[in-house]
Design a binder for this molecule. Sequence first.
Ligand SMILES: [Zn+2]
Length: 180
Amino acid sequence: MAKLEVVIFPDDRLRRKCRKIEKIDDSLKTLAEEMFEVMYQDDGVGLAAPQVGLDIRMVVIDIPKEDGSQGENKLVLINPEFTSVEGKVLSTEGCLSVPDYTAEIERYEKVTVKALDLEGKEQVYEADGLFAICLQHELEHLDGKLFIDHLSNIKRGILYKRYLKLKKEAQRAARNRENA
Ligand SMILES: [Zn+2]
């Protein structure tokens, strides 16, 4: 398998509604490990399959410990769904697919999510704090939604133009390197 790369906004692959995973096998376990690798490289706490170009309902999450270290809270959620949500809270978020940008948006304060793990067992997660925010952020990715969709149309329009320009510049630079 080719090395995974983070898909950067704007990109249609971030806008697809992902399909349910029917079969949990070794290739899915390998994929989950590769997604963790990509996530750690970019200092993320969560990563959804569409962010590496795949339209399947899987996310990986690793909430850092108090000292900032990661590796002990690794979670893989397959076909996750909210079973309850509660309260409201303001959250400052960023996304590996929208680099170098953060915004404050409103989220639920507490959520409960059920999902299958890599053994195919159903798990229930009751979350608050960063874990609750992360679940909401990552699960939205599976429905083709980004955190910037919570912003006004005007703000999102400005971001779209800015990131499209960056993308074109990067593509041009890559072409020039090839031709050099
Ligand atoms: Zn994200």
